[in-house]
Design a protein around this ligand. Structure first.
Ligand code: NZQ
Ligand code: ZN
Length: 393
């Protein structure tokens, strides 16, 4: 690449059509499903959609549209590769024309890879991680989102846990051709998941912001606005998780953090995510809660390698005054504001509060299997990751 720019080169186009707001799912199904064949696989999780009435609503819309339904249930939080294979086998057997993911990040991610696996005899994991070949053919899919935060509906990266290999990682799959974001379909989400999901959004923003370049640029200035908005609305939902205005804003913050806009011209960081994903592979912990524990500890460990960026984050996002402070003191005050905020909104601040038994052997295994990222301001060693994990206890 030529030069050292504040915005790197990029090509931008976006394939996901978003239906946002009241009756979004209804509008999406009636306007989009006509383009596809008759057999629709309705994929969902452990049953929340049945209790909330979302499943019945979706099935009756599909029946009205003349579709035949193939039911695929039981996609677990932190979806496994075995579940992907089960879904792909069913999709092949029933020759489904379309996959409709009805759920949160886990259901949507699982469907992205089912969509790819159903189109090939090769093993997708081997294909991507051994042969470095990425799928190009997919069973088309759409997403009716019941839990936001991950922004999974906006991208084609799926986070899948390979249980035998003890790896939780990003696998490339299908983009949803459309995503429906309707608050009425998310009302039943428990308060804890609303907060941890929204923290995941904040994490995605930070993980992009602290990637390189770390000098002032338009992507990061938009990002600062999204972070401030996420923080403001997280404070609202931490008190009243059914505040519809706040929830609607968070729905869009979540999508914005993962629709590519904030990442334009940047090499993202995502080091906290890499650590959390491996922690998840060993403990199955809640994604947003795991991130809440890791972020401040990681940042205290690395801030000196990007001190001016951390100081700017403190001022622009947390309203820290730099007056009378050194740049390092300002940077640390920002990280403290983040840590205080995590406590204020009721998320865990250490592994004990997260409810996981973090023995030394397990933490070693997590550290050894964590991928280090090129966008992070500091290239961490296995020992440093182990130290960070130990400080999280
Ligand atoms: O399984 P059900 O019964 O549906 O219950 C789910 C699940 O227990 C429940 N839930 C979802 N919608 C609900 C509801 N309960 C009541 N009412 C509703 N409307 O919530 C629980 C968590 O669901 P899950 O889908 O696991 O949560 P989330 O959306 O946070 O997704 C987490 C997964 O996404 C991955 C995470 O690693 C994790 O595997 N991520 C995906 C990303 C991506 N594709 O871009 C990025 C993220 O960084 C993240 O890694
Ligand atoms: Zn995340």
């Amino acid at each position: 690449m030529k030069g050292d720019f504040t915005m790197n080169d990029f090509t931008y186009s976006y394939p996901v059509k978003v239906y946002f707001g009241t009756d979004a799912a209804k509008k999406a199904v009636s306007q989009e499903l006509g383009k596809y064949g008759k057999t629709v696989m309705v994929a969902y999780g452990g049953g929340s959609v049945k209790k909330s009435g979302v499943y019945d609503a979706v099935v009756s819309m599909l029946k009205e549209a003349g579709k035949e339904i193939v039911d695929f249930s039981g996609i677990m939080p932190n979806p496994t590769y075995a579940k992907v294979q089960e879904g792909a086998a069913l999709a092949k057997e029933k020759q489904v024309d379309f996959i409709l993911a009805v759920g949160g990040g886990s259901v949507i991610d699982c469907c992205k890879i089912i969509s790819a696996q159903a189109k090939t005899e090769k093993d997708i994991w081997e294909m991507e991680f051994t042969d470095h070949v990425f799928p190009t053919e997919f069973v088309p899919m759409g997403a009716i989102v019941t839990a936001t935060g991950t922004g999974a509906e906006m991208n084609n990266g799926a986070v899948i846990t390979h249980e035998e290999k003890k790896i939780k990682t990003g696998v490339w799959g299908a983009f949803a051709s459309f995503a429906a974001l309707d608050y009425d379909y998310m009302k039943s989400l428990p308060a804890k998941q609303v907060v941890s999901g929204a923290f995941d959004t904040l994490s995605h923003c930070m993980e992009t912001y602290f990637g390189s370049p770390r000098t002032a640029n338009v992507s990061d200035e938009i990002n600062e606005a999204i972070m401030r908005n996420t923080i403001r609305n997280l404070r609202v939902v931490a008190k009243d998780f059914l505040d519809e205005n706040a929830r609607r804003e968070l729905m869009w913050d979540s999508a914005m953090a993962e629709n590519g806009i904030l990442k334009l011209g940047k090499v993202t960081d995502f080091q906290a995510h890499m650590i959390e994903h491996q922690l998840g592979a060993y403990t199955d912990c809640n994604h947003g809660c795991g991130l809440a524990v890791i972020h401040p500890v990681l940042y205290r460990h690395i801030y000196k390698d990007a001190v001016s960026r951390f100081a700017h984050f403190a001022e622009a996002v947390w309203g820290v005054s730099a007056e009378g402070k050194t740049q390092e003191e300002t940077a640390l005050a920002g990280i403290q504001a983040l840590a205080d905020f995590i406590r204020e909104i009721g998320l865990p601040t250490n592994f004990k509060e997260l409810g996981i038994e973090a023995d030394e052997n397990m933490l070693h295994a997590v550290a050894e299997s964590t991928v280090t990222t090129p966008g992070c301001c500091k290239k961490l060693t296995v020992n440093e990751i182990f130290e960070i994990l130990t400080e999280c206890r």
